[in-house]
Design a protein around this ligand. Structure first.
Ligand SMILES: Cc1cc2nc3c(=O)[nH]c(=O)nc-3n(C[C@H](O)[C@H](O)[C@H](O)COP(=O)(O)O)c2cc1C
Length: 194
């Protein structure tokens, strides 16, 4: 079954090591546009995006991000492997009193898949030092910092594994393996028997 979107979804893996190559503004714009067009509960559209591409701001952002907990510290990117851009996902409190966080999931996956379609890789990061990040990037208080997506051209190729466990791991060659629960373990046809 050849289907471009399905193949893209299967191909996408979290990338934490990047080549040092800039991302064109045209591609960044298309990535944010894909986020903009994601489904939104009651169509409140409270999400906004702070795009960080300037080298000095990238350098100030990185220390407030946390990477690859299960393989720490091997997937904390060194200076030569850091992202080319960050998209900080912000919730504008003025647009919704009770923002439905499911919106973030939809937008973030659109970002990651669109990035993959342009041969980029990304890492969605919720483990952030939000207060210093807010200060450094001068983010006003009516925005909640939800999470961030680091983007860049991949310098690793993680491998999908069929396994019913949680922890991703590194092999002897420093390749990342990412377990996903098998389809038959998570699908219940018509009734739940297990
Ligand atoms: C909501 C959310 C938050 C995440 N936060 C982090 C994070 O703080 N740091 C990190 O290195 N990866 C983070 N990840 C990436 C996950 O570790 C990754 O998606 C998971 O290991 C599965 O790998 P895959 O994306 O290749 O399928 C996050 C993913 C999600 C969905």
């Amino acid at each position: 079954m050849a289907n471009a979107l399905y193949n893209l979804i299967i191909r996408r893996r979290t990338i934490r090591l990047f080549r040092q190559r800039e991302i064109s503004l045209g591609i960044i714009k298309r990535i944010v546009n894909a986020a903009r067009l994601a489904p939104s509960a009651a169509n409140f559209q409270f999400l906004e995006y702070l795009v960080i591409t300037k080298p000095d701001l990238r350098e100030k952002t990185f220390p407030h991000t946390r990477w690859g907990g299960y393989v720490y510290p091997k997937r904390v990117p060194s200076k030569e492997r850091r992202p080319s851009a960050y998209i900080i996902i912000l919730i504008n409190k003025r647009k919704s009193e009770k923002p439905d966080i499911r919106d973030v999931g939809a937008a973030a996956e659109n970002i990651l898949l669109t990035a993959t379609s342009f041969s980029l890789g990304g890492c969605w990061i919720k483990s952030l030092e939000r207060s210093p990040l807010r200060k450094t990037l001068k983010i006003p208080s009516h925005y909640i910092i939800d999470s961030l997506i680091a983007l860049g051209y991949p310098a690793e190729s993680p491998k999908l594994e069929e396994a019913d466990n949680v922890k991703y791991w590194l092999d002897k060659k420093n390749r990342l393996h990412v377990p996903k629960r098998p389809l038959e373990n998570i699908t219940h046809y018509n009734s739940i028997k297990r």
